[in-house]
Design a protein around this ligand. Structure first.
Ligand SMILES: Cc1cc2nc3c(=O)[nH]c(=O)nc-3n(C[C@H](O)[C@H](O)[C@H](O)COP(=O)(O)OP(=O)(O)OC[C@H]3O[C@@H](n4cnc5c(N)ncnc54)[C@H](O)[C@@H]3O)c2cc1C
Length: 433
């Protein structure tokens, strides 16, 4: 019987533990106390994540998704989310989701809470265990599922660019739950604002699924939030959202690392799962789904072949790249552009390029095909902004290219081929070559 150590009791680590069918001993180290885990709010998750991974949905804390209206920076235009996306999604209570995953794995995992893994033990390039302070715990396989700010990258990755996220890859956010005005909240339009009030990132004002609270999110990229930044955003939200009262139920600050996906997330006896290997953007809210998928794919590979060598673990990375990773790479290119584009340009895109027909078509509220004249008009309008149109075209083509590179991942672990692929992939993503 082998010993597997999982680092982190998040979605990815627990999804792996649930899907793994081997009879090995599984030990999970979590830095936090059991009652401090999870976020005290609901987050969006696609229904497919549960269907495809065959992880059962929690019995409680699962709600229907509501429409989100995406607002331009000056709030002159808003686009409702696509009907199809809304139908296929849930809002899930994060604490209930974790409780459910714990319940599913409780008989097969030994949990060590308040045990922070501080390092990896290695011998001849192979990971042989973890350190919790000065105590060494040996293992045949170590899975790093410790989230977006994993410090364990230092012990295995060769490229220093992979260690810490750059300043412009950190999203600082504050999420506050306010009491909702019960007389108005039913008619409230859930709003997501892009670069609201000249901000650098996203913010939102949504009602919680039970309609008792308003969920207000403010974020900035590259620099911590300042009181004046938060105040400017919130003042405008109070003006626009009548259901928002000033009674604070709770407030919590978090950070997210929006860094590029690693080019290699498996080594001998070691694998990264979930946000420790990549981080996507909160706009499309697929962090939970991707962590579930990664855990399930890794388990599936090891269920087929009980072999913790780099060669076998590579099959996990290849499968992940095909099903999820290549899209994350394309998104990475796109999101960097969005973060850098000035609010005035986003306003121009919303105000002139996106009209009623386009909104109706993409949101699914009209089944009519787009009138070719509308499209022709848009091409002519795009021509007015000679700087922006080629920029957008370049981004779309770079995103497609990035996806193509990602999909060229060698199907088998051949060191020379893998090194060549990694170099080209990293040059493309990080240096833009
Ligand atoms: C404000 C906010 C809003 C979000 N909204 C959404 C959304 O709507 N939809 C969505 O899909 N995703 C959303 N996400 C992202 C989502 O939470 C993550 O993508 C997902 O939780 C990743 O799962 P994970 O298992 O990789 O890591 P995590 O869930 O981060 O779990 C990592 C665990 O490892 C532990 N840990 C860290 N270091 C160590 C160590 N050294 N030793 C031991 N334990 C350690 C941590 O305490 C933690 O419990 C949001 C995140 C935030 C912060």
């Amino acid at each position: 019987m082998a010993k597997i150590i999982i680092i982190g009791a998040g979605i990815g680590g627990l999804a792996f533990a649930y899907k793994y069918q081997g009879t090995d001993e599984i030990c999970l180290f979590e830095q936090a106390a059991r009652n401090k885990l999870g976020f005290p709010w609901c987050d969006s998750v696609k229904a497919e994540a549960f269907k495809d991974t065959e992880i059962p949905l929690p019995g409680k804390g699962v709600y229907k998704k509501k429409y989100i209206h995406m607002y331009s920076p000056s709030c002159t235009v808003n686009i409702p989310q696509r009907k199809k996306t809304v139908k296929k999604g849930y809002e899930i209570d994060r604490v209930a989701l974790l409780d459910h995953l714990f319940e599913l794995v409780k008989d097969k995992v030994t949990f060590c809470f308040e045990s922070k893994v501080t390092g990896l033990a290695k011998s001849n390039g192979k990971v042989t265990g973890v350190y919790v302070g000065s105590a060494l715990y040996e293992a045949d396989l170590v899975i790093d599922a410790s989230g977006a700010f994993s410090k364990l990258r230092y012990f295995v990755c060769e490229d220093s660019a992979d260690f810490e996220p750059n300043a412009d890859e950190i999203l600082y956010c504050e999420r506050t739950l306010y009491k909702a005005d019960e007389n108005i909240v039913k008619d409230h339009l859930d709003a997501v604002y892009i670069k609201h009030k000249g901000g650098t990132a996203l913010s939102w004002c949504r009602s919680t699924p039970d309609l008792e609270q308003m969920d207000v999110f403010v974020s900035s990229i590259g620099a911590p939030l300042t009181p004046s930044y938060v105040q400017a955003e919130e003042e405008d939200m109070f003006d626009r959202n009548a259901a928002l009262s000033k009674t604070v139920i709770q407030k919590r600050c978090e950070r997210l690392a929006l860094r590029s996906p690693l080019s290699q997330f498996v080594y001998d006896s070691f694998a990264f799962v979930g946000d420790s290997a990549y981080m996507t953007n909160p706009v499309n809210g697929c962090g939970i789904e991707n962590a579930m998928r990664a855990g399930a794919i890794l388990a599936d590979v090891l269920n087929k072949k009980h072999d913790f060598s780099l060669e076998n673990l590579w099959n996990y990375q290849v499968k992940f790249m095909y099903s999820v990773g290549s899209n994350l790479v394309a998104l990475d290119v796109f999101k960097r552009w969005v973060y850098n584009v000035v609010p005035e340009d986003i306003d121009w895109l919303f105000d002139t390029m996106i009209g009623a027909e386009i909104v109706a078509f993409f949101s699914g509220s009209s089944k009519k095909p787009l009138n070719p004249k509308v499209l022709l008009d848009k091409i002519l309008i795009a021509h007015e902004r000679k700087d922006l149109a080629p920029q957008m075209f370049k981004v779309v083509s770079r995103a497609a290219q990035a996806k193509t590179y990602a999909l060229l991942i060698p199907a088998k672990y051949e060191p020379k081929l893998v090194d060549l692929w990694k170099t080209r992939y990293n040059d493309f993503l990080r240096k833009g070559e």
